[in-house]
Ligand binder design. Sequence first.
Ligand SMILES: [Zn+2]
Ligand SMILES: [Zn+2]
Length: 284
Amino acid sequence: MNAAVFHEPGVVVVEDRPVPAVGPGDLLIKVRAASVCGTDLRISRHGHFKIAPGQHRVLGHEVAGEIVATGGPVVGYAVGDRVAVTPNVGCGRCGMCRRGLNNMCPDYEAFGVSLDGGFAEYLLVPAFAVQRGNVFGLPAGPPFGQAALAEPFSCCLRGVQAVGVGPQDDVLVVGAGPIGAFTVLLARLAGARRILVANRSRGRLDRIAGYGADTLIEVGDRDLVAAVRAETGGRGVDVAITAASSPQVQADAVQLLATHGRVNFFAGLGQGDPATPTTPRRWS
Ligand SMILES: [Zn+2]
Ligand SMILES: [Zn+2]
């Protein structure tokens, strides 16, 4: 089968690999769609602490496809099922996993990181990942290209829920890429009063308008803090969600919070980026 394989930072090779062998309890998925995440780009450029030097890894962790083989009977799954796969597999035993936070497990495995991922014609989901709930059946409707986005979309859902967006909230989303678009859509569904989106490029802002944004702010070289303060009459926003990987954006987002505001630093920072001290403005 064809697979896109990370060899070392800067080197990803499309190569021929054997179709994985299916062991007891495993599922073999014919990949129909796998989307490219910022994490894939970061790994391809800089590597990952869970990929040892010299180790090769098939990238890709946002995957939808069809089950084409099972390792014996696997309860709840059958050949022909349309499924989406979620990437992180918690150990199932630690304090984080017991709280349902398997994405915070210190001993996690993940497709496209410590396990071969979805940038290949076939993805093997090992029995332990099947048992820990990493494979979800799909309804008949959505095409695979949309279903592959279930994973980033669910991350955004969690991100919006974590800051408790509701009908009294003015919400600022910084970054108008796919994550920003999902966040806008979900903030709208959560009942946000007003949604402001800031981005550097006009093109992406125009595209996000249809997702429910009320105010589009082209930051350009314009200061984000000044622009949002002007738009909100100096009040700031109740919720800020950063969907752009930038320490400056994180610092600015904190400055823009109204009293009792909440912030979610959704987009992570690169390894070299220092965490910026972020002191909220004082109110007297
Ligand atoms: Zn991702
Ligand atoms: Zn764990």
